[in-house]
Ligand binder design. Structure first.
Ligand SMILES: Nc1ncnc2c1ncn2[C@@H]1O[C@H](COP(=O)(O)OP(=O)(O)OP(=O)(O)O)[C@@H](O)[C@H]1O
Ligand SMILES: [Mg+2]
Length: 369
């Protein structure tokens, strides 16, 4: 029994390594539990502009289990960051509005909380690590103040207890001599150290979910790897779930348990990381995987796919990917919005004839209109 399982794993890894390598030194594949901590249902966020309505998030559905990492991938402008900001209720308004859906975190719908309750949740139960640490840190306050502020709000600590907690948070993100560095201002730290401080703020209140929005793009490759390893370790120590937004499929393979692929404000495919790499069903996912650069020439950004992502102003109904799909266009997809269908256990695909080659095989799963 054990032997046959080993073989299966080896085979899978060999297939993945055609595209990217998967390390076995603690990266990838944390044990999943079944406990769902975050469930997003039919989330819709629109921007009202003078050119029309931008449906930046247009009915997103996913859930995250305790201690797992869900990757969110997709081209620039597909709605990854606006989805993240919507979960935190940090979408700038105006022009943005969350117009529908639910975001249930630990059993409560965040979209129904008062602003006061939401302040408690933000940085308490759920926190976000942004791409640019300089943007997240205030240049006029030292590190002690900024990490302390987050802890003070959520845990109401003061004095020596607060100080110990600040030092402890900095130590968790492996900042050397934390008692000394706590007195530094952001500009006195390297980019990698600043990103760790942002991480320390993110984990300081032991949240259930951390959203990491391209947290390593501003770091060089070596520091990037160290930071990702660190995030992974913290995740294992704290049991926190991570929603990891990235352009980089190499990082996805190492970091994520499951992957959601976003296109034009919607999820077009969602499954575990091996399935996404080895058996993608949606033409968009296939294009993304096919365009993963070989390891030697890894650039970290997704190369261009034929055609342009659609403008999200007044996006017509129907299958938004159809115009770029290499499959023959099916007229029914001009009007019909393709549903996200569970085609195999835990493998969800936005099912349409124009964008899924195996459409006929799964057509019986299409919900009645
Ligand atoms: N304040 C705003 N006003 C109008 N439109 C906006 C605003 N913020 C975001 N958008 C639009 O929402 C859409 C989704 O943007 P989002 O930032 O979520 O993309 P993304 O997937 O995170 O892209 P990237 O990979 O470049 O970070 C884009 O079309 C963007 O132009
Ligand atoms: Mg973004």
């Amino acid at each position: 029994m054990a032997e046959s399982t080993d073989t299966a794993v080896e085979e899978t890894e060999a297939t993945i390594s055609d595209a990217v390598t998967v390390d076995t030194d603690g990266f990838g594949g944390t044990a999943l539990t079944d406990e769902v901590v975050l469930e997003v249902t039919d989330l819709q966020t629109h921007f009202t502009t003078r050119w029309g309505t931008v449906k930046a998030v247009d009915g997103v559905n996913y859930h995250v289990r305790r201690g797992e990492t869900l990757g969110i991938v997709g081209e620039s402008g597909s709605g990854k960051s606006v989805t993240a900001l919507s979960l935190m209720r940090l979408v700038p308004s105006p022009p943005g509005h969350i117009v529908g859906g639910t975001v249930v975190l630990n059993g409560r719908n965040l979209l129904e909380l008062t602003e006061g309750e939401m302040t408690e949740v933000r940085g308490g139960e759920i926190s976000i690590i942004l791409q640019d640490p300089m943007q997240a840190l205030n240049p006029v306050f030292n590190i002690q103040n900024q990490v302390g502020e987050a802890i003070r709000i959520h845990q109401k600590l003061k004095g020596a207890v607060l100080w110990d907690k600040i030092v402890d948070s900095l130590r968790k993100v492996r900042i050397p001599a934390p008692e000394v560095r706590a007195k530094d201002f952001p500009h006195q730290l390297s980019g990698g150290m600043r990103q760790r401080v942002v991480g320390a703020i993110g984990i300081s209140s032991a949240p259930s979910v951390i959203i990491a929005d391209e947290p390593t793009t501003s770091l060089d490759v070596t520091i990037q790897a160290a930071y990702l390893r660190l995030l992974r370790q913290i995740q294992q120590e704290e049991g926190v779930a991570i929603v990891f937004i990235t352009h980089d499929f190499g990082i996805v393979a190492k970091m994520c348990d499951r992957v959601a692929v976003m296109y034009a404000g919607r999820i077009v495919e969602l499954s575990d990381v091996r399935t996404i790499f080895n058996e993608p069903k949606h033409e968009y996912t296939k294009a993304l995987i096919g365009s993963v650069p070989k390891l030697e020439e890894k650039t970290g950004r997704l190369p261009q796919i034929e055609g342009q992502p659609p403008l999200l102003y007044n996006l017509p109904p129907g299958d938004a990917f159809a115009p770029r799909s290499t499959l023959e266009f099916a007229p029914e997809d001009a009007e019909r919005r393709p549903p996200l269908v569970e085609v195999e256990p835990d493998h969800w695909v936005q099912l349409s004839r124009s964008s899924v080659a195996e459409y006929d095989k799964y057509a019986h799963l299409m919900p009645a209109e």
